[in-house]
Design a protein around this ligand. Sequence first.
Ligand code: ATP
Ligand code: MG
Length: 174
Amino acid sequence: MAIQGLVIINTGHGKGKTTAAFGQALRAAGQGLKVCIIQFIKGQATTGEALAFTSAFPGQVELHLAGTGFTWQQDMETVKAAALAGWQLAREKILSDAYDLIVLDELTYLIGFGLVPEEEVITLFRARPQRLHLVITGRDASQGLIEYADLVTEMRAIKHPFQKGVKARKGIEF
Ligand code: ATP
Ligand code: MG
């Protein structure tokens, strides 16, 4: 029987969604799987994960940044255009049959912001090659996406140093 790819969602308001997705990508890459990562919304070339992945697995892990940085520093039209270009790229990558695992980091916001209809996302996921695993991250994953997925984990915030006014730190938050 052919190996069936899973749809995995990391959602919730606690820390760990993106880092767990990159951990999953690292595990897959270590086992020789072909990996593609697309970062929506916040994708920046200078995060620890982007720096590590672009140098660690040449030819095996691809990383694409479809974000414009932090949303509150950008006008909404720029953010939307970058997100939609990223979605187009995701479509090509998913249908290409060139990967075993694709991470769509912060994809839930494209649905949440009304940029891409949930039905369009699920239709594309259904059309993917059988072996392809998908990992989706972002807060507030929509109900239909949760129902369609095979594996859903909610990160729940119990404590976060941000609540004490501690700013994002290199190597921990980025
Ligand atoms: P990480 O990238 O650390 O795994 P994440 O993907 O779960 O975090 P996002 O919702 O993408 O979290 O938020 C991005 C940033 O906000 C990260 O720097 C993360 O550490 C921080 N963050 C996550 N959860 C909280 C929280 N409950 N309160 C404040 N900041 C948070
Ligand atoms: Mg994240």
